[in-house]
Design a protein around this ligand. Structure first.
Ligand SMILES: Cc1ncc(COP(=O)(O)O)c(C=O)c1O
Length: 413
């Protein structure tokens, strides 16, 4: 066999294994698994959005658009960014992307040069790590403080002469942590001091439960473009449950960043799907649905998660997002054993967080030799609280029963 390619050395997302295990369980028992491992919302996309796609296809509005996307949509997005996010920008800096996932991958590619390091949180969305590695960045992990919130000192400690970029994700997947204004300002100052780019993933912008969402780029709206350094990514997937539509957008800080991203977009997608962009134009008018959806997820959090805190599994309720990270160390088993036995005995799926804390080991020539989980994540488990309320309550009460059972048996599943 020939040499393994760079991509071939990068670990698959841990979520695949969890999905497969849950599906296998459903197949063998014929009973549904309570799916707390997936972030699929129980509220549907607005109906008018589906109609917009249907009409676009029916009317033949299906030709290629430019790599950046339709001007009308980018114009509407620039207005949304200014009014909702306090981010003054122009349609020329906005790129429509097939999901923010592809936008992020393109952004990392557009920013990386060989040998560059990128700072990212020690607990992170596994896809972020894949994207960072695929782009050729070396990830360096910054430690998180109470509530899994980034600590400015740990970012400062992680900077080296090779650091080129910082990834922030607020509200965060998997932790639900929300960055405060003071930490953001500190990160921006650090970035100016060391000439770093900031990548701000704001997929969960509408799901902030304490205070208001703060868009990172709003902090530099007063600066001339050349001095801006924040690239931001957003999505229609979460706020409006448009997960399968694959529609997101990236906002670049200046002409140079837009130029680099345009090259990557042209080379990788030619342009985003045209009918789906019409869906986006309609979806931008559905702000009320986004707010109602956020209220529903918040109600789920407030109803279902306090019991996990009372059971000593969760230090504080997540401040935002769709997920909570619980620590099952008190049951005497690790997260993998906990998740497998919970699925087996109670038919509830959760995601062990080891896969959210992989630490790649590199060869001298930058190849990934291995990716082992950080020991601190050994007993952490992620669960989603954006799903059907009845299913969520059932899942949490079964999980608590499993915890009680394990504790009473001294950790033998
Ligand atoms: C933190 C974060 N960013 C980005 C995404 C990508 O979402 P999409 O590609 O659907 O826009 C997700 C999806 O789970 C996510 O959790």
């Amino acid at each position: 066999m020939g040499r393994v390619s760079h991509a071939g050395t990068i670990p698959p997302s841990c979520l695949h294994a969890v999905f497969r295990a849950a599906e296998e369980r459903e197949r063998t028992t014929g009973r549904p698994v309570v799916k707390l491992h997936v972030g699929e919302p129980y509220f549907p996309p607005p109906r008018e959005v589906a109609l917009a796609v249907e009409h676009a296809v029916h009317d033949g509005r299906t030709a290629y658009t430019s790599a950046e996307g339709m001007h009308a949509l980018r114009e509407a997005l620039a207005v949304k960014l200014e009014t909702e996010n306090g981010h003054r920008t122009s349609p020329e800096r906005v790129f429509v992307t097939p999901g923010s996932c592809q936008g992020l991958a393109a952004l990392f590619q557009s920013l990386a040069s060989p040998g560059d390091e990128l700072l990212m949180p020690e607990l992170h969305w596994p896809i972020h790590l894949q994207q960072v590695l695929l782009a050729g960045f070396r990830p360096v992990f910054y430690a998180l403080g109470p509530g899994y919130r980034p600590r400015l000192e740990s970012l400062r400690e992680a900077v080296t002469p090779r650091t080129r970029a910082v990834l922030v994700n607020s509200p965060a997947n998997p932790t639900g942590a929300v960055l405060d204004a003071e930490t953001m300002t500190g990160i921006l100052e650090l970035a100016r001091e060391h000439d770093l780019q900031i990548i701000s993933d704001e997929a969960y912008e509408h799901f902030v439960y304490e205070g208001e969402h703060l868009s990172f780029a709003s902090l530099e709206s007063g600066l001339p473009e050349e001095e801006r350094r924040v690239s931001s990514t957003f999505t229609f997937s979460k706020s409006l449950a448009m997960t399968g539509y694959r529609l997101g957008y990236v906002v670049t800080p200046n002409a140079a960043a837009a130029h680099a991203l345009r090259v990557v977009q042209e080379a990788s997608i030619i342009g985003p799907s045209t009918p789906i962009q019409y869906a986006g134009l309609t979806a931008l008018k559905a702000e009320d649905s986004a707010r109602a959806n956020a209220r529903m997820v918040r109600a789920n959090r407030d109803r279902a998660l306090p019991a996990l805190r009372e059971a000593g599994l969760l230090a504080e309720l997540p401040q935002g997002g769709w997920y909570a990270v619980i620590d099952v160390g008190s049951t005497g088993v690790d997260a993998d054993t906990f998740a497998a036995s919970l699925l087996e005995t109670h038919e509830v799926g959760v995601a062990p967080a080891a896969g959210f804390a992989l630490r790649p080991v590199f060869s001298d020539d930058g190849r990934v030799l291995a990716s082992d989980p950080a020991p601190e994540a050994r007993t952490l488990v992620r669960l989603a609280f954006c799903g059907d309320p009845v299913e969520l309550d059932t899942g949490v009460s079964r999980l608590l029963a499993h915890v009680r059972d394990l504790r009473s048996r001294g950790g033998s599943p």
